[in-house]
Write a protein that binds this ligand. Structure first.
Ligand SMILES: [Zn+2]
Length: 110
């Protein structure tokens, strides 16, 4: 990572959260990150709760940086369960992606 800046902004139009992939509605205070990696600039936005959940997840998994970053919309089962337990607000935005976690506990018809 050659450059990284993060600020807290209030949206003047609707944006999409890069963590949960859900809309960040107009007027919502959220995290706005700009970065340069491998020569390319990019900018992403996260709900504050999603940002906190991803940072916390990265910390407990011991990862940092875009190579191995854990995104809320693309988690392994154990990480998804961790978010569910620790970050209920972020989880409420991604729960539909991981509905299979609950389904697997149901008995199956043979
Ligand atoms: Zn989000």
């Amino acid at each position: 990572m050659e450059f990284f800046a993060e600020s807290t902004v209030k949206g003047r139009k609707e944006h999409r959260c890069d963590a949960c992939r859900k809309p960040i509605e107009v007027g919502i205070v959220h995290s706005y990150m700009r970065m340069k990696y491998g020569g390319d600039f990019s900018a992403v936005r996260n709900h504050m709760e999603c940002r906190e959940a991803e940072c916390d997840l990265a910390k407990q998994a011991g990862v940092w940086g875009p190579e191995d970053w854990l995104f809320l919309h693309d988690l392994e089962r154990e990480d998804a369960e961790w978010v569910k337990a620790k970050h209920p607000i972020a989880w409420s935005r991604i729960a539909d992606r991981y509905a299979y976690l609950d389904e697997e506990d149901q008995p199956h018809d043979q």
